[in-house]
Design a protein. Structure first.
Length: 207
């Protein structure tokens, strides 16, 4: 599967209408074209109040490229979009859409291609204790193929029950508001940060 992630800018005060059209007409158009409508989120942190994200799973890169615009359903209230194609790595292994409430963190990492094996293994080492400690769910770790070696850009999609839990889960040594939970996971997160060139996060809520 190849995933498309649109960052969508709506006209002022029109995001709720954009989300409604995307979830109804857009989702139907995606299904008709053979894709899986994965989700739509309104930006809570890291985006403007008029912005959100729309994600779809497609059978392959060709389908994703040809049909990427289907999800937006020609909505007249959309004034600008950007598109990223994403390749799943260790997660997800299937395209069942996320269905948990709460907040979703879309965290981008850039690293050296040579550091990818360490980054992958450290991530896999984090999740078994991190997820139950914070009632979190890692839905995906995706590669952005537009960034070529010697660089690699990844997108980590994680659900948390609330912003408070997301804040609590952050590394105490780097951010205020963290806690001492899941020490083994936190150690791996610190090591993963050591092989990361830069990272940023956008947080959305299901629309």
């Amino acid at each position: 599967m190849i995933y498309t992630l649109h960052t969508v800018t709506a006209a002022p005060r029109r995001w709720p209408e954009v989300a409604r059209v995307v979830k109804s007409q857009g989702a139907a158009a995606v299904r008709e074209a053979g894709g899986v409508f994965y989700g739509v989120w309104w930006g809570l942190l890291g985006l403007a109040s008029t912005q959100g994200m729309v994600m779809v799973a497609w059978p392959d890169a060709n389908a994703a490229t040809i049909h990427a615009g289907k999800a937006l359903a020609g909505c007249a209230d959309i004034v600008e979009t950007t598109l990223d194609l994403l390749e799943p790595t260790v997660r997800p292994t299937e395209s069942t859409p996320p269905d948990r409430p709460g907040v979703y963190a879309f965290r981008t990492f850039e690293l050296a291609e040579d550091d990818w094996p360490s980054f992958r293994d450290l991530s896999l080492g984090v999740w078994p204790t991190f997820e139950p400690t914070y009632d979190a769910r890692v839905y995906g770790l995706f590669r952005n193929p537009a960034v070529a070696p010697p660089r690699r850009r990844m997108l980590l999609l994680t659900n948390y029950p609330s912003m408070a839990v997301w804040e609590k889960s952050r590394l105490r040594t780097l951010h205020t508001g963290g806690d001492s939970g899941a020490p083994e996971a936190k150690a791996n997160l610190s090591k993963r940060l050591d092989v990361t060139t830069w990272t940023r996060v956008v947080i959305g809520v299901p629309a």
